[in-house]
Design a protein around this ligand. Structure first.
Ligand code: GRF
Length: 211
C-alpha cells in the first residue's frame, strides 16, 4: 500500500514513517511527500530516500485571488487533484500546518482515501496551533495533570476527527518547554507509525473482504 505524506517542517515524523516503512512495523511505502514550505527539511529527508517530492506553494494563489478564503479553497482543490493523480492508499499529515478545507477533504473522501493527522495533544484538549505550549500553561495553572498525543482522522473541523491512537504524556513541574516538546515528539514518532499501520491494516482487510 502507498502512503502520501504532507509536511511543513523538519519532518521528524516523516522520518519515523520512512524508517518504519523499511521494517515490518509499517506494511506500506511512502510514495510521495508534499510540502507547503519550500524550506521544509522534510523535503531533504524524502530526497535522501529517493522519495519523490512536490512543493505546493500558496503564494501564486494569493496573487491570483484577492480573497484569501478563495485562494485557499483553490489551493486545496489543486492539492487534492495532485494527490488524486498519485492515487495513494492513504494520506498522512505529519506536521502539515495548513487547515485543510472541504475543497480538499471532499474529493479525497469521494475517492475513499483516508487522511490522518498527528496532533500533540489529547482529543478535544488543545485543538489548533501551539498545543504543547498551551498544555504547559494549563498545567502550570493547575488545570490539567497531564497531556498527550493523538493521531486522528481528518474531517472538516480542526483536530476533531475520530482518534485512532491516543498516548498519554506525563507532565513534570518545572520542566522546560524544550524538554517537554522533546518528550512529546518522541511519543509522536511512535504514534504516527502506529496510526498509519492501523489504517493500512484496516484498508487491506476491507479490500480482502470486498474480493
Ligand atoms: C509535530 O509536533 C506535529 O504534531 C505538529 O508539528 C510538528 C511537526 O514536526 N503538527 P515534524 O515536522 O514532523 O518534525
Amino acid at each position: 500500500p502507498s502512503i502520501l505524506v504532507l509536511i511543513s517542517g523538519s519532518g521528524s515524523n516523516l522520518q519515523a514513517l520512512i524508517d518504519a516503512s523499511q521494517s515490518p512495523r509499517l506494511p506500506g511505502k511512502i510514495t510521495h511527500v508534499i510540502s507547503n514550505k519550500k524550506s521544509a527539511y522534510g523535503l531533504t529527508r524524502a530526497a535522501n530516500h529517493s522519495i519523490p517530492t512536490s512543493y505546493h506553494n500558496l503564494v501564486p494563489y494569493k496573487k491570483q485571488y484577492s480573497d484569501i478564503a478563495e485562494a485557499r479553497s483553490v489551493y486545496d482543490a489543486d492539492l487534492a487533484k495532485l494527490i488524486l493523480e498519485q492515487k495513494p492508499d492513504m494520506v498522512v499529515c505529519a506536521g502539515w500546518m495548513h487547515i485543510l478545507s472541504m475543497s480538499f477533504l471532499t474529493p479525497l473522501a469521494d475517492a475513499n482515501i483516508p487522511i490522518i493527522n498527528l496532533h500533540p495533544a489529547l482529543p478535544g484538549m488543545f485543538d489548533g496551533a501551539r498545543a504543547i505550549e498551551r498544555a504547559k500553561e494549563a498545567f502550570e495553572r493547575g488545570e490539567i495533570s497531564g497531556t498527550g498525543v493523538m493521531v486522528h482522522y481528518v474531517i472538516g473541523e480542526v483536530d476533531r476527527g475520530e482518534p485512532i491512537v491516543v498516548r498519554d504524556v506525563e507532565m513534570k513541574v518545572g520542566e522546560s518547554l524544550d524538554d517537554l516538546e522533546a518528550r512529546i515528539h518522541a511519543v509522536e514518532h511512535e504514534a504516527i507509525v502506529e496510526g498509519a499501520r492501523i489504517v493500512l491494516e484496516k484498508l487491506v482487510k476491507e479490500r480482502a473482504g470486498q474480493q
